[in-house]
Design a protein around this ligand. Structure first.
Ligand SMILES: NC(=O)c1ccc[n+]([C@@H]2O[C@H](COP(=O)([O-])OP(=O)(O)OC[C@H]3O[C@@H](n4cnc5c(N)ncnc54)[C@H](OP(=O)(O)O)[C@@H]3O)[C@@H](O)[C@H]2O)c1
Length: 293
């Protein structure tokens, strides 16, 4: 397939582009800078210049491709306003990409997040959260999945809290980044709350499987580790960076504090059985051993 990818230079997107090319697909990536265009080209892809606010570039990329994977998202999570602006930008981009695919039966794979359900691991049939700082992203995903009734083979690949590569990325990566600045590995909540995780290359394999064979309107869990206690994650980060570990107020992490403090294990049993997905790369706690001071 010839696949249009947004966010193809990020932690997940880099792995997705490599996975697609390794499995015989061709990739064209949206590139908002010369640097990103060069990264895509050195990975064996081609590129279209543009930002995800550039709706003409999105329409052109989607209509010329056999399938689309949407991953781009602004990375400023520091304030509620910044997060809201990124959600609005992503929402418009996703609706533009989806509209370009109506009545084509082409696959449209969007990124989402695993939901959290009190007292049990979440499963693929659970709804996305309707409230909280990222609720707007859930609406965009639901709109994309609803396009399955309009001739789009849309599917959502739900990410756990940490998608990691070489010990970096995701919520664990945010703890690491904050620790480097603060000189202490601060974690919110009481530390017993669990975050699920996946290696970026395992997540990439699931994006490819969804592109190739997920039915329209389906959701999948890219979960390799059902849930690691946050205190255990912080302990490895502290040991690798040579820093002390301490509990901190939830609002240390801005609008994400409340999510950081929530216990949110997640299952991928259905995804593994239905799509034949088998994670093969290191767990989060093992991958964090790659961190350097
Ligand atoms: N990593 C995780 O643990 C995790 C967990 C749950 C969900 N997710 C979601 O998965 C997706 C990918 O995550 P990631 O960790 O790979 O993200 P990332 O490393 O921050 O990369 C973001 C990607 O989006 C691109 N991008 C950002 N703003 C853009 C814009 N305005 N126009 C065009 N491109 C833009 C970036 O391009 P440049 O390279 O040019 O900056 C980059 O390719 C995101 O939607 C993220 O929210 C990630």
């Amino acid at each position: 397939m010839h696949v249009f990818v947004t966010g193809g230079t990020g932690t997940i997107g880099t792995a997705v582009v490599a996975e697609l090319i390794d499995h015989g697909h061709t990739v064209v990536g949206l590139a908002r800078s010369e640097r990103s265009a060069r990264a895509l080209e050195s990975a064996g892809a081609t590129s279209i210049p543009g930002d995800i606010s550039d709706l003409e570039a999105l329409r052109a990329g989607a209509s010329e491709a056999d399938g689309v994977i949407s991953l781009a998202f602004g990375s400023d999570y520091s304030t509620a306003d910044a997060l809201e602006a990124s959600i609005a930008q992503e929402s418009l981009a996703m609706s533009t990409l989806g509209a370009a695919l109506i009545d084509t039966d082409k696959p449209f794979v969007v990124v989402s997040g695993t939901p959290w359900i009190p007292s049990r691991p979440s499963v693929e049939s659970d709804p996305l959260p309707a409230e909280g700082p990222a609720a707007g992203r859930a609406l965009s995903v639901e709109a994309a999945l609803a396009l399955s009734s309009r001739g789009v083979r849309s599917s959502a690949v739900r990410m756990p809290r940490t998608v990691h590569e070489e010990g970096q990325g995701g919520f664990a990566g945010l703890l690491t980044d904050a620790a480097r600045t603060a000189g202490v590995v601060g974690y919110p909540g009481d530390g017993t709350q669990r975050w699920p995780a996946v290696h970026a290359r395992d997540a990439a394999a699931l994006f490819r499987l969804a592109l190739e064979k997920a039915p329209g309107g389906s959701s999948w869990h890219a979960v390799a580790d059902e849930g690691d206690a946050v205190a255990d994650i912080a302990a490895v980060i502290g040991r690798r960076l040579g820093l002390p570990v301490a509990q901190v107020p939830d609002d240390t992490f801005g609008p994400f504090g409340v999510i950081f403090a929530t216990d949110q294990p997640s299952s991928s049993a259905h995804t593994r059985a239905a799509l034949g997905w088998t994670p093969q790369h290191p767990s989060l706690l093992a991958d964090l051993e790659n961190l350097r001071p």
